[in-house]
Design a protein around this ligand. Structure first.
Ligand SMILES: C[S@@+](CC[C@H](N)C(=O)[O-])C[C@H]1O[C@@H](n2cnc3c(N)ncnc32)[C@H](O)[C@@H]1O
Length: 202
């Protein structure tokens, strides 16, 4: 599902505490990778599908020059308020992840919490090519997506599927499988994969 109306409806209808993906704090795995130095907080970061901006603000508080992009205008308004309260400067855009409105090689880091798994099957390679295009050479993409362990679905992935989808354009590092108690009180399973942009063959 990547439709504007449906997503905006979530943010207009429900308080943030009732949204499954909204933990009210930055994702623990993002914090862990930053603290372990697996993500170097230098340069420009894109939070793709930034939602209400919780992780976006964390990235900005940790020295990244951050852009947050989400299709929901309501989510972007909430995220702007959050950034204002946290006194951080973030460039927020209400745009779609299809046809990313950025120059080539604009970012050092792309953070994706729960974005790729909402990309329609037929748009997946376009999405991957977009992330690859906007990353600088050697830039890092951090993917977090639903795991097959949540039950069979078109957007629940195995490790092998992640490898098959991304290894053409990215050099994969750690691919971690874990469970997480989500904002709605449900335990869900995820993969987080850290990967580095590969140069495309000439
Ligand atoms: C599961 S939520 C994750 C939000 C945020 N990353 C977080 O962790 O709180 C998925 C987000 O993707 C956004 N989204 C869905 N389709 C999109 C599209 N085509 N372009 C940009 N954002 C989209 C939704 O509005 C929603 O905020």
């Amino acid at each position: 599902m990547s439709d504007y109306t449906e997503w905006d409806e979530y943010y207009r209808q429900y308080p943030l505490e009732e949204l499954g993906w909204e933990l009210g704090k930055p994702r623990p795995i993002l914090v862990e990778y930053m603290e372990k130095g697996l993500i170097i907080p230098r340069g420009k970061a894109l939070d793709i599908c930034c939602g209400a901006g919780t992780n976006t603000v964390y990235l900005a508080q940790n020295s990244f020059d951050v852009t947050g992009l989400d299709i929901s205008r309501t989510a972007i308004e909430i995220a702007k308020k959050k950034a204002h309260q946290a006194k951080v400067d973030i460039n927020f855009l209400a745009e779609s992840f299809i046809d990313l409105p950025f120059n080539d090689e604009a970012f050092d880091f792309v953070f994706d919490m729960g974005c790729f798994h909402h990309v329609e099957v037929e748009e997946r390679f376009k999405f991957i090519a977009g992330v690859h295009r906007v990353l600088k050479e050697g830039g890092v993409y951090m993917l977090t997506c639903f795991s097959y362990k949540n039950g069979h679905s078109w957007n629940h992935f195995t490790k092998q599927q992640i490898i098959d989808l991304f290894s053409g354009a990215f050099e994969l590092g750690e691919v971690r499988h874990y469970s997480s108690l989500e904002g709605d009180g449900v335990i869900r399973f995820f993969y987080t994969a850290l990967m580095k942009k590969k140069p495309l063959p000439k």
